[in-house]
Design a protein around this ligand. Structure first.
Ligand SMILES: Cc1cc2nc3c(=O)[nH]c(=O)nc-3n(C[C@H](O)[C@H](O)[C@H](O)COP(=O)(O)OP(=O)(O)OC[C@H]3O[C@@H](n4cnc5c(N)ncnc54)[C@H](O)[C@@H]3O)c2cc1C
Length: 380
């Protein structure tokens, strides 16, 4: 019995679990990783089944279960197959900011098709010289009557190349604004130029791209500005408040994947005439993992609940889970590999891949240090 999870959420959890055990396949993941290709067909399926929409509001085609809904769905995706679960959720996490701040027309145009699995989203905030220090960004937008002219470059944009829309943060005079760069604009590619370069292979989540976006006198109509002009940084941070909770859910689900696989292995694997789970060092490590999992579960659900209830503690808990759960998942998955011995190091066991995939959760949408800075400001 979990106080945060009602019967509806339990049913959703079971439905996602059943879907994942039927449709998510490790060999398919490895093939897509090797080909550096996004699981678009699966993204479409989870959209059709309503699994993307679980946390979005009903007025835009979602089911209205808020952050807790997102957390339950993403946790189950990643619990089944971390690399795939992360890739699928990364198709819509960048769209949170458009959902929160978009006009009714923009939400209809971008968020509804995303919830239906037809559109993939991206957010372009980071630049070569501006990562944690977002305020120092250099990409500029100049007012030219009915449009903006954009110059600058972005790096590390997840889904660059196949995303259907990008939320782009740029400097508007001395403040920041967000503009939506959509497929229509990309295909027209002018006046001016817009270029996307894939930054290539990385440690994990290799079914997704991390791209560089280059804008040279690229024209964007004013109607593509998101929310209030000059409030871009605030909007990004508000999107991250939810995004960080959902990223913690990626790490949490992946931790469950590693733990459950390892308990099963330790029961079956025999050395010195007995299952290795009987060795006290292994058994104690598994108990430590269980305790960590229960701590993380309670923190995560509480963070989502606070967010859904508009509680003033929500911002603090969003940073808290983004700090605590990825760091914990990295430790747990690293230890699971030891418990499987040499087999843990092999690709087909899935654990080394899971560790590489979740490694990014302590970096994107604010590194652990940045979460500590935020927390120290709030706590002290
Ligand atoms: C796979 C991947 C996907 C990504 N997806 C996206 C995306 O979709 N959109 C996007 O815009 N960005 C994305 N990013 C970028 C990511 O958010 C940044 O990499 C991250 O915010 C850190 O910025 P940085 O890499 O420039 O590191 P830096 O900011 O240069 O930080 C380097 C080190 O210094 C530390 N540091 C920096 N400032 C402080 C401080 N004030 N106090 C203490 N320590 C500090 C950091 O913690 C870190 O350890 C992605 C990155 C990767 C690798």
């Amino acid at each position: 019995m979990d106080p945060y999870i009602n019967n509806d959420l339990k049913d959703i959890e079971n439905a996602v679990k059943e879907f994942c055990s039927r449709e998510l396949d490790q060999d398919q993941l490895h093939k897509l990783e090797d080909e550096h290709r996004y699981p678009r067909e699966l993204f479409e399926k989870i959209g059709e089944l309503g699994f993307i929409g679980v946390g979005f509001s009903e007025d835009i085609g979602g089911s209205g279960y808020g952050a807790l809904g997102h957390v339950i769905a993403v946790k189950e995706f990643c619990r089944c197959l971390p690399g795939m679960g992360m890739a699928l959720s990364l198709g819509y996490i960048p769209g949170f900011v458009v959902d929160i701040y978009g006009s009714p027309e923009q939400r209809e145009k971008y968020v509804r098709p995303m919830i239906e699995g037809r559109y993939i989203s991206a957010i372009s905030v980071t630049e070569p010289d501006s990562g944690s220090d977002l305020i120092s960004l250099k990409t500029r937008m100049e007012d030219r009557g009915d449009r903006y002219v954009v110059n600058g470059s972005k790096v590390f944009t997840t889904n660059a190349g196949y995303a259907d829309f990008y939320a782009l943060l740029a400097k508007d005079e001395d403040r920041q604004s967000i503009m939506i760069v959509d497929r229509e604009l990309i295909e027209k590619n002018g006046p001016g130029r817009f270029e996307i370069n894939d930054l290539g292979r990385k440690m994990g989540i290799n079914t997704t791209t991390s791209g560089e976006l280059v804008f040279s006198d690229f024209e964007i109509p004013k109607e593509n500005v998101l929310g209030q002009r000059g409030k871009g940084l605030r909007m990004v941070l508000d999107g991250f408040e939810l995004g960080r909770i959902v990223i913690a859910a990626q790490a949490f689900g992946s931790m469950l994947y590693g733990y459950e696989k390892t308990v099963d292995y330790a029961r079956k694997r025999k050395q010195f005439g007995q299952p290795i789970i009987r060795f006290q060092s292994v058994e104690h490590d598994l108990v430590d993992m269980y305790v960590e999992i229960e701590k993380c579960r309670n923190l995560l659900y509480k963070a989502a609940w606070l967010y859904d209830n508009g509680d003033p503690e929500s911002k603090k808990y969003s940073s808290l889970v983004k700090l605590a759960i990825p760091e914990c998942a990295i430790r747990v998955l690293n230890r699971t590999i030891d418990i499987l011995g040499g087999y843990g190091y092999m690709r087909d066991q899935g654990l080394e891949g899971a560790l590489r995939d979740i490694r990014i959760t302590s970096i994107y949408e604010g590194t652990s240090n940045i979460q500590k800075n935020t927390l120290s400001r709030m706590i002290f």
